[in-house]
Ligand binder design. Structure first.
Ligand SMILES: NC(=O)c1ccc[n+]([C@@H]2O[C@H](COP(=O)([O-])OP(=O)(O)OC[C@H]3O[C@@H](n4cnc5c(N)ncnc54)[C@H](O)[C@@H]3O)[C@@H](O)[C@H]2O)c1
Ligand SMILES: CC(C)C[C@H](N)C(=O)O
Length: 364
C-alpha cells in the first residue's frame, strides 16, 4: 500500500493510524484540508475486507467532508475516521475511550461525530476523553442523533431540486422512490408523506420496509427494482456508488436527490446524468444537514439556529443548479466549483501575514 501517493494525489494533510491492543481498536483518521478551520467529520465503523480498503475509504470520505463543509458555508475543514470492525459485534467502551484519547492528542485539528456504524452512545464514550467530539447526547446540552436533521435538509434540498427539474418545489402528488429506509430515510419519508408524496421504498432489512409501508402507505419493491421504477424523483439513501454506467440507463426519474454519500461512482457518471437531462442534486450539498447540526455544538448548541442553517440547503442546492445552467456544466462540477472557490479565497486571504491570537509571535 502506497499511502503517500494517495495523499499527494489530492493533497491530504495528515493520516493517523491508531492501535490499542487491549480494546482491539484499529482506526485511521484522515485530515484532508484545514484551510477553512479544524477538520470536522464522522467516524465510520465498518468491517473492511482489507486495511487498504479502510485507508481508501477514509481518504475518500475525508476529502468529501472538505467539500461538504465548504459548500455548506461552514468554517470547518474536512476529516473523517474509520474504525475497522463489525459495528454489531466488535464494539466495547474501552475501544471508544482509546479512540477518544487519540483524537484529544490531535489538539483540535480533528473533531469527530457519528457516521455509518457509530451512535450517539459511542460519541458519549469518546466524550469521556475529549471535547473534540460532536453529536453527543442532548443531556449534555448537545445535538444528539444527526439523522433526523440530515433528513430535514434532504427534504428542503429535494424541493430545490424539484424546482430545477420539475418546475415546482411542491412534492405533493409526486412519486418518489427511496432506496434504503434507514435512519435518515425514515425521517425523510415522514416529511414527504406529510406533504402528500406517493412513496416507493426498498431496503435489504425487511422491518425497515414494513415500517415505511405501515406508517406512510409506501409501496414496497425489491432492492433490484428500485432504480428502474416509474417515478418523478429518485432518492438514494443507502450506500455509495449507486449511480454508475450500469444503473444509469435504467433510471426513469427526472430528478435525483437523496442522502447517501458518494452516490456517483465516477465523475463520468455525473457527466452522463447531465447528458440524460436528469436534475442531480450533488450528495454532499443536499446531505449537509447533519454536519450543520453537529457543527452548531461548537457554538453552544441552539436547535432553532441549527435548523435555520439547515434550511439554507434549499439555496445551496438552487445555487448549484444556477451555476450548472449558466456555465453549461454538470451539477457535480458546479458543486465542486462552489466549494473550491470558497476554500481558495480563504487560502489566498489566509496566506497573508496578519497578526492574530494564534500566531507564535503573539505568545512572546
Ligand atoms: N446519518 C446522517 O446524519 C447522515 C448524514 C450525511 C450522509 N449520510 C449518508 O446517508 C446514507 C444513509 O445513512 P443512514 O444514517 O440512514 O444509514 P442507515 O444504515 O441507517 O440506513 C441505510 C439503509 O440502507 C439499507 N441498505 C443498504 N444497502 C442497501 C441496498 N443495496 N438496497 C437497499 N437498501 C440498502 C440498509 O439496510 C439501511 O436500512 C449513508 O450513505 C450515509 O453515509 C448520513
Ligand atoms: C458530522 C456527521 C454528522 C457527518 C455525517 N456522517 C456526514 O457524512 O455528513
Amino acid at each position: 500500500m502506497n499511502v503517500f501517493s494517495g495523499m499527494i494525489a489530492h493533497d491530504y494533510e495528515q493520516v493517523i493510524f491508531c492501535q490499542d491492543r487491549t480494546s482491539g481498536l484499529k482506526a485511521v483518521i484522515a485530515i484532508h484540508d484545514t484551510t477553512l478551520g479544524p477538520a470536522l467529520g464522522g467516524t465510520r465503523m465498518w468491517n473492511y475486507e482489507t486495511e487498504e480498503a479502510a485507508v481508501e475509504d477514509v481518504l475518500r470520505l475525508s476529502r468529501g467532508m472538505t467539500y461538504k463543509n465548504a459548500a455548506a458555508g461552514l468554517n470547518l475543514g474536512g476529516g473523517k475516521a474509520v474504525i475497522i470492525g463489525d459495528a454489531r459485534t466488535d464494539k466495547n467502551p474501552e475501544m471508544f475511550r482509546a479512540f477518544g484519547r487519540y483524537i484529544q492528542g490531535l489538539n483540535g485539528r480533528y473533531i469527530t461525530a457519528e457516521d455509518v456504524g457509530t451512535t450517539v452512545e459511542d460519541m458519549d464514550i469518546i466524550h469521556q476523553e475529549t471535547d473534540y467530539v460532536t453529536g453527543i447526547s442532548q443531556a449534555f446540552g448537545a445535538s444528539g442523533n444527526p439523522s433526523p436533521v440530515t433528513a430535514y435538509g434532504v427534504y428542503v434540498g429535494m424541493k430545490a431540486a424539484a424546482k430545477a427539474g420539475l418546475g415546482t418545489e411542491s412534492l405533493s402528488g409526486k412519486t418518489i422512490a427511496v432506496q434504503g429506509v434507514g435512519n435518515v430515510a425514515y425521517h425523510l419519508c415522514k416529511h414527504l408523506h406529510e406533504e402528500g408524496a406517493q412513496l416507493i421504498v426498498t431496503d435489504i432489512h425487511q422491518p425497515s420496509v414494513k415500517r415505511a409501508v405501515d406508517e406512510f402507505g409506501a409501496r414496497a419493491v425489491d432492492p433490484t427494482e428500485i432504480l428502474q421504477v416509474d417515478c418523478d424523483i429518485l432518492a438514494p439513501c443507502a450506500l455509495g456508488g449507486v449511480l454508475n454506467e450500469d444503473t444509469l440507463p435504467m433510471i426513469k426519474a427526472k430528478v435525483i436527490a437523496g442522502a447517501a454519500n458518494n452516490q456517483l461512482n465516477t465523475n463520468e457518471d455525473g457527466e452522463r446524468l447531465q447528458q440524460m437531462g436528469i436534475a442531480y442534486a450533488p450528495d454532499y450539498v443536499i446531505n449537509a444537514g447533519g454536519v450543520m447540526n453537529v457543527a452548531d455544538e461548537l457554538n453552544g448548541y441552539n436547535r432553532e439556529r441549527a435548523f435555520k442553517k439547515v434550511e439554507t440547503i434549499f439555496d445551496n442546492v438552487s445555487r448549484v443548479f444556477e451555476i450548472a445552467k449558466t456555465e453549461q456544466i454538470a451539477t457535480y462540477r458546479a458543486a465542486d466549483r462552489m466549494a473550491e472557490e470558497r476554500i481558495e479565497r480563504m487560502r489566498y486571504s489566509g496566506g497573508k501575514f496578519l497578526q492574530n491570537g494564534y500566531h507564535i509571535l503573539s505568545k512572546r
